[in-house]
Write a protein that binds this ligand. Structure first.
Ligand code: SAM
Length: 218
C-alpha cells in the first residue's frame, strides 16, 4: 500500500467537505480570483490556507509578516487565525492589487489588524529591520528569484523557535525532474539546496499546494 496517496480533485472536494468552512470574505476573495483567469494561480491553495491557520494557532503566533499580498487571500486567512491583539504586516509592490486586498480586509473588519505596505519587498524589509521588531511567523510568497535574499533578511527578524514558511518550493512538481531545466525551476532548486544547507534552521517540505517549506529557527 502507498504511504502517500494521490490527492485528486475529488479527494480534495471530500477534504473541504469535511473541514470547517472558510470565512465569508475568504470565499469572496476566492470568487474574485476565479474571475482573474490565469492570475488565479498566484493565490495560495485552500489546503495551505487551512494549514497556515492551524500552525498560527498551535504556535501562538501574534506578530506575522507576509511577503506577497496579491488580492489578500493568504493575508486575510492568517489574520483571521491571529488573536485579537495580533498583527499582520503584508508587503507587495503592486499598488493596484493592494487596493483590492485592502477592500477585502475592510469588508472582514480586519483593516486595523492588517497593515499593507506598498513597495519593493527588499526595501520594505530594510525599513522593518530598523524597527528592531521580531515576528513569530513570516510567510513568503513573492518573486522566487529573491527567495534567498528574503530568507537572509527574515532570519534576523525572527526569534529562536519562530517559523519562516515559503510557498511554491516544489514548483508544479518539477524540481526533481532532470529533464526540466528552465530558469524558474533552477531558481527553486537552488533555493531548496540553500535552505537544506543552512544550519540556522531546521526545515521540512510539506507537499501541499505547490509545496511549502517550513523553517524553524534554531
Ligand atoms: C504569488 S502572489 C502572492 C499571493 C498571495 N500570497 C495569496 O495567497 O493571495 C505574489 C505577489 O508578490 C508581489 N511581488 C512580486 N515581486 C515583488 C517584489 N519584489 N516586492 C514586493 N512584492 C512583490 C506581486 O505583486 C504579487 O502580488
Amino acid at each position: 500500500m502507498l504511504k502517500n496517496i494521490e490527492v485528486t480533485e475529488d479527494l480534495l472536494d471530500y477534504i473541504y467537505n469535511h473541514t470547517k468552512p472558510l470565512h465569508d470574505v475568504q470565499k469572496d476573495i476566492l470568487e474574485h480570483n476565479k474571475k482573474l483567469g490565469d492570475l488565479q494561480r498566484m493565490q495560495i491553495a485552500e489546503t495551505q490556507a487551512h494549514f497556515l491557520q492551524l500552525i498560527i494557532k498551535i504556535q501562538n503566533v501574534k506578530n506575522c509578516l507576509e511577503i506577497g499580498t496579491f488580492t489578500g487571500f493568504s493575508a486575510l486567512t492568517m489574520a483571521l487565525a491571529l488573536p485579537d491583539d495580533g498583527k499582520l504586516t503584508t508587503l507587495d509592490h503592486d499598488e493596484k492589487i493592494c487596493k483590492i486586498a485592502k477592500d477585502f480586509f475592510k469588508k472582514a473588519n480586519l483593516e486595523t489588524k492588517i497593515k499593507a505596505v506598498i513597495g519593493p519587498a527588499l526595501d520594505s524589509l530594510r525599513k522593518i529591520s530598523q524597527e528592531e521588531k521580531k515576528f513569530d511567523l513570516i510567510f513568503i510568497d513573492a518573486d522566487k528569484g529573491n527567495y534567498i535574499n528574503y530568507y537572509k533578511k527574515c532570519i534576523d527578524l525572527v526569534n529562536t523557535g519562530a517559523l519562516i514558511i515559503f510557498d511554491n518550493v516544489l514548483w508544479h512538481g518539477d524540481v526533481h525532474k532532470k529533464t526540466i531545466n528552465n530558469k524558474q525551476t533552477k531558481t527553486m532548486r537552488d533555493f531548496n539546496e540553500f535552505i537544506k544547507n543552512d544550519n540556522r534552521i531546521e526545515n521540512f517540505i510539506l507537499p501541499i499546494g505547490d509545496g511549502l517549506t517550513v523553517c524553524r529557527k534554531l
